[in-house]
Design a protein around this ligand. Structure first.
Ligand SMILES: CC(C)(COP(=O)(O)OP(=O)(O)OC[C@H]1O[C@@H](n2cnc3c(N)ncnc32)[C@H](O)[C@@H]1OP(=O)(O)O)[C@@H](O)C(=O)NCCC(=O)NCCS
Length: 181
């Protein structure tokens, strides 16, 4: 039986990941959707965390992708680490059968393993609430997208020790390549 394999991206995955992004985000008005360039730019930035670029492979083919990159929360003149989730994509011919859920959950589990505490995302709550995401403004987190309301979401990951303080609120700074999309 063929099963879905979830694993961090390796160098041979770059072209297949670009294909998944290009087909999942395809729009009639652009030859290549901006998400393809965004992932390339992030890959060559210091926001990239190799363990947190997750691919879903089915039958030897990359069919899904979920990316977590380094963001920061500015609070009281200090900066705290956070992760930005996205882009998330599944090849259209494999959508709506659970691959998107599986690859995002694998990325979040890997982030928890690394001791990360906060993930933010801009996206449809119908998809992201299953992972525990909720409105980021209720955690005191702001961004250029705060005004959009429900799509601006955050998830606090479980602490590795019981005495860890919850992550602070503040302004979330996304990795610079996000400013281009
Ligand atoms: C969003 C996406 C990653 C979900 O992957 P998937 O493998 O289809 O998702 P799953 O099968 O794990 O879960 C399906 C559920 O996710 C939700 N969902 C799927 N696609 C969605 C979309 N475009 N918008 C909102 N919710 C969506 C629905 O609740 C769906 O449940 P349903 O089939 O009962 O209606 C995939 O559809 C995709 O690549 N879309 C195009 C790219 C994109 O829009 N990415 C950003 C997402 S905000």
């Amino acid at each position: 039986m063929t099963t879905l394999r979830l694993r961090p991206e390796d160098p041979a995955d770059e072209a297949p990941v670009a294909r998944v992004l290009a087909t999942a985000f395809a729009r009639p008005d652009v030859a290549t959707p901006p998400e393809v360039g965004l992932v390339d730019d992030l890959r060559h930035s210091d926001a990239w965390i190799p363990e947190l670029a997750m691919v879903a492979e089915y039958g030897g083919e990359v069919v899904g992708f979920a990316l977590l990159t380094r963001a920061r929360v500015c609070s009281d003149d200090a900066a705290y680490p956070a992760l930005a989730l996205g882009p998330v994509a599944v090849a259209p011919y494999r959508q709506r059968i659970g691959h998107g859920t599986a690859v995002v959950q694998a990325a979040l589990d890997a982030a928890t393993e690394l001791g990360e505490r906060l993930v933010v995302v801009l996206g449809d709550p119908a998809f992201y609430r299953r992972f525990g995401f909720s409105r980021a403004d209720r955690l005191g987190l702001t961004s250029p997208w705060s005004g959009l309301g429900e799509p601006w979401q955050a998830l606090v990951l479980p602490p590795s020790t019981t005495d860890e303080a919850p992550p602070p609120g503040g302004e979330v700074l996304f990795p610079p390549p996000w400013a281009k999309v």
